[in-house]
Design a binder for this molecule. Structure first.
Ligand code: PMP
Length: 428
């Protein structure tokens, strides 16, 4: 039995000085079974992460997706160390910026020009400001998650602190429902500056949806923005736009581009990116050199090694394995598995009087006990091995079997040893 004594003890202390004891909702205690989960990490290497109680896990979260090659990946860490000897940040731009911009241009169809940021939110917000500047319009159509800034988060249930005037400028449309986007343009004629969407999350695009989105945006005088913070450097080195062959006007990249170092990129067609000269998109750490060096090393490693291919093949094996087990254990109404191989997402549905969260919490409890850091997705990394996948499938087989029995016997709740996972925020 894994114990979480130190995690629970430290949580009490840390939350006294750090709100919810984490910098990120998705890494915090909200995501975990209360009292029966690791809450703080000490180190990670390859595909494995260690918690403050000395427990080891296969990490299926990978820092919320940035860790695409694996923790402590030598080629990237060496590039960071080499750069550290030259300097972390300078008073003038370094040529690393030029080198990275050229690499992005080589791989990403829309990336005629690039500017860098630190978080994905820097890049999405930059794209929105460019689109507003180009079109002279204020409204935005959104589909997916696009970061923590006012213009987007105002459209979600977590909109506390966002002025109403801002909230009134952002409207959602539905993925794979082009009519829902057309309806927004009809309702707000000549008001929408940009259509921004995750090119893919749960569902694959149907009926040429991505191309239709770009066309509808253009027909109505708006810019089309692909938010590739997750799909970038996973679906393809050139993102989902390369994978699906649809080129947007602007795009945001982040997460996987530097194997964990904090960097993002606002990229796009020259005629729009030149507008960055006129707007305010400027911050102290934009050209921070360790992250630039890490991004260059990460992309070059992906050029040399079959990283993307492995995310698809190994991730595909895992996804199919889980889907088969769901069938075998007669859980098709209870557990869903969506997304593409490089980023797979579970869904849970109430069954036999037990809620989706009860079922998810039970599965998490069992996965943690088996040594898998798990919060309901498979964020694949190049460091995951075929043996890891075999182990995961074997573990799911056991957990799903037990779950089926507990649902049938109506004894699931009694077998959940901690408090339920909290569903604080859901936009996808
Ligand atoms: N867009 C998408 C699609 C994302 O998944 C995220 C982060 N989860 C963001 C934007 C925001 O990135 P960040 O948290 O780095 O600001």
């Amino acid at each position: 039995m894994k114990k979480f004594t130190n995690s629970n003890q430290l949580f009490k202390q840390v939350k006294e000085v750090i709100p919810y004891a984490s910098q990120t909702f998705s890494k915090s205690f909200y995501q975990y079974i209360k009292g029966e989960a690791p809450l703080f990490a000490t180190e990670a290497k390859g595909a494995y992460i260690y918690d403050v109680d000395g427990n080891r896990y296969i990490d299926m979260i990978n820092g919320l997706l940035p860790v695409v090659l694996g923790y402590q990946y030598k080629a990237v860490d060496d590039a960071i160390k080499a750069q550290l000897k030259k300097g972390i940040i300078f008073s003038l731009p370094s040529l690393l910026e030029y080198e990275l911009a050229k690499l992005l241009k080589k791989h990403i169809p829309s990336a005629e020009m690039s500017r860098f940021g630190k978080n994905g939110s820097d890049a999405t917000s930059g794209a929105i400001r460019v689109a507003r500047a180009v079109t002279g319009r204020d409204y935005i159509a959104v589909c997916g998650y696009h970061g923590w800034h006012d213009w987007y988060i105002g459209s979600t249930t977590r909109n506390l602190g966002v002025p109403e005037s801002t909230r009134k400028m952002t409207y959602k449309f539905e993925y794979n429902n082009i009519q829902s986007l057309e309806a927004l343009f009809k309702k707000y004629p000549k008001k929408i500056a940009a259509v921004i969407l995750e090119p893919e999350n749960y569902e694959p695009p149907k009926d040429n949806f991505l191309k239709k989105v770009v066309d509808v945006a253009h027909k109505n005088g708006a810019l089309a923005v692909f938010d590739e913070v997750i799909t970038g450097f996973r679906w393809d080195l050139g993102g989902a736009q390369k994978y699906y062959g649809v080129t947007p006007d602007l795009s945001s990249f982040g997460k996987s581009m530097a194997n964990g170092m904090p960097i993002s990129a606002l990229v796009g067609k020259r005629k729009y990116m030149e507008k960055v000269n006129d707007i305010f998109y400027s911050f102290t750490a934009g050209g921070e050199a360790l992250s630039l060096a890490a991004a260059i090393a990460t992309i070059k490693e992906m050029e040399k090694k079959p990283v993307i291919k492995k995310l698809w093949t190994l991730g595909g094996l895992l996804k199919n394995g889980v889907k088969n087990l769901v069938k075998t254990h007669n859980l098709e109404d209870v557990i869903g598995m969506k997304g593409q191989a490089p980023w797979q997402i579970f869904s849970f549905h109430e069954a036999n009087g037990f809620s989706d969260l009860e079922i998810k919490t039970y599965v998490q409890q069992e996965m943690l006990q088996a040594g898998v850091l798990w919060y309901g997705s498979h964020n694949m990394s190049y460091a995951h091995s075929p043996n890891d996948v075999k182990f995961l499938i074997k573990t799911y087989d056991k957990v799903f079997g037990n779950l089926r029995n507990l649902l049938d016997q109506k004894t699931l709740r009694k077998n959940i040893k901690g408090g339920l996972i909290t569903n604080i925020f859901k936009v996808r």
